[in-house]
Write a protein that binds this ligand. Structure first.
Ligand code: GDP
Ligand code: IMO
Ligand code: MG
Length: 422
């Protein structure tokens, strides 16, 4: 059984919590794209675990965590995550595999991300400044360094020094302080020792797992609206987010995926710049932001708030071939008097689809809304769909009918146990 979880909006839909739930009986939990721009939260009792690189399902004692080749890795961030889990008794020895094909996010990538963002001034994109774009750029221009290079330290030092010297020249052009090659190499030498025991080719492991009918759970990062090809570029992130990325990023055949879970937040949020047709402001937006704790898991930035955009989600769920919906954070809409949903777009009086709109059109078009009456009853302890307030059920049914994909999970709170299974 292979399951795939992906974000159907602009990220932070609640993927981490769903992955943690689905991982309860998984044999392998796999990240296959993106980097530590991802921030996936799992809450266990009083403890909050923000996962950036480790798969969010790793808390499950049975599951082996896999960081497959499509992921780009900042060693410092990964080691911090491993150490934080160890403090709570989650030991990853023999429980984590990292592909030697993963590209490394280097200190100069972070410096370049920062320098580009600062230089863009008012046109900044709002990246997480984690070095994501520059690392993927180096990967496709053959200037990247893979985890594999760490196996031969002498060779690594030579390649790192060559790249760092060139990047330092670019940083100088930006008027930014260059990185210290010597100091960074001292840190990298330390990180290397700790990370190498986890590094091995994961392809045969995942192939055997699928041949043995093991349960494999693939954790998408970000939201499809940020996909490098299908987003309103350049308001994007550096990787592909759709099913096809599983084939390139983990070597698994997409035809073998049984369940494709689209995580749909009952409203939407976005961090970073770019057009967001259903964005709204004011008291209700502020209330949703506060109650929904809509502040970036990675950067802490306040998230922009919008109504659920079904025109966009219709596109992403079709592109990613979703066959199951997980609706999250419906509890946050309790007490919102009038809930709106964007059902189509109009530009100059004519209908226009999401896929036909570039960033200029998305910024100008008019979202067409359908309004729903809200409910006031708290729903965070409800365990059965039939017990939800009538208006809430009506809202959920509308989403299901509109997208023509069945709902299998409804998130009713941030805690592990707060959900309705259908
Ligand atoms: P991800 O990036 O998609 O994994 O999402 P994040 O973890 O960045 O953001 C989702 C936030 O909402 C986290 O703080 C979660 O703990 C929280 N969350 C997830 N599902 C629910 C839900 O159904 N209700 C509420 N109230 N919070 C949720
Ligand atoms: P999760 O996995 C929300 C956004 C950034 C920025 C754009 C480019 O938690 O859903 P980058 O640093 O990737 O080059 O920034 O992408 N972005 C996310 N926004 N959640 C995420 O991940 C994101 N990953 C990238 O805010 O707009
Ligand atoms: Mg997140």
């Amino acid at each position: 059984m292979i399951q795939f979880v992906f974000g159907s909006q602009w990220g932070d839909e609640g993927k981490g919590k769903l992955v943690d739930y689905l991982a309860a009986d998984a044999d392998y939990v796999v990240r296959f794209h993106g980097g530590n721009n991802a921030g996936h939260t799992v809450i266990v009792g009083e403890k909050r675990y923000p996962f950036h690189l480790l798969p969010s399902g790793i808390l499950n004692p049975k599951a082996i965590g896999v960081i497959a080749n499509g992921v780009i890795v900042d060693l410092e961030v990964l080691l911090e995550e491993i150490n934080n889990l160890a403090k709570d008794g989650y030991l990853l020895k023999n429980k984590l595999l990292i592909s030697p094909r993963c590209h490394l996010i280097m200190p100069y990538h972070k410096a370049l991300d920062e320098a580009y963002e600062n230089a863009r001034g008012k046109n900044k994109l709002g990246t997480t400044r984690r070095g994501i774009g520059p690392t993927f750029a180096d990967k496709v221009s053959y200037n990247g360094l893979r985890m594999y290079e760490l196996l031969d330290w002498k060779g690594f030092v030579e390649k790192f020094t060559f790249q760092a010297k060139i990047k330092n020249k670019i940083l100088k052009l930006f008027g930014v302080k260059p990185i210290s090659v010597k100091k960074e190499l001292v840190k990298l030498a330390e990180h290397r020792k700790t990370i190498l025991p986890y590094v091995r080719e994961v392809y045969p492991v995942l192939q055997k797992a699928q041949n043995d009918n093991k349960k494999i759970l693939l954790e998408g990062a970000h939201g499809v609206m940020l996909d490098i090809d299908w987003s309103p570029y350049p308001y994007s992130t550096g990787s592909n987010i759709i099913r096809g990325a599983i084939n390139t990023g983990a070597g698994l055949p997409v035809s073998r995926i049984n369940r494709s879970w689209a995580v749909v937040k009952a409203y939407l949020s976005r961090v970073g710049g770019g057009p967001l047709p259903s964005e709204f402001f004011g008291k209700t937006a502020d209330q949703i932001r506060e109650r929904g704790k809509e502040f970036g898991t990675t950067t802490g930035r306040p998230r922009r708030i919008g109504w659920l955009d079904l025109e966009a989600v219709k596109f992403t769920t079709s592109l990613a071939e979703a066959n199951r919906l997980a609706i999250t954070k419906i509890d946050i809409l309790t007490s919102v008097k009038e809930i709106k949903v964007c059902i189509s777009y109009k530009l100059n009086g004519k209908k226009i689809s999401y896929v036909e709109s570039g960033y200029r059109e998305l910024a100008k078009l008019t979202p067409i809304y359908k309004s729903f009456p809200g409910w006031t009853e708290p729903i965070d302890k409800i365990k059965k769909f039939s017990r939800l307030p009538k208006n809430c059920r009506y809202y959920l049914k509308f989403i299901e009918d509109f997208l023509q994909i069945p709902i299998f999970y409804i998130g009713t709170g941030p805690e592990r146990s707060q959900f309705i299974k259908i």
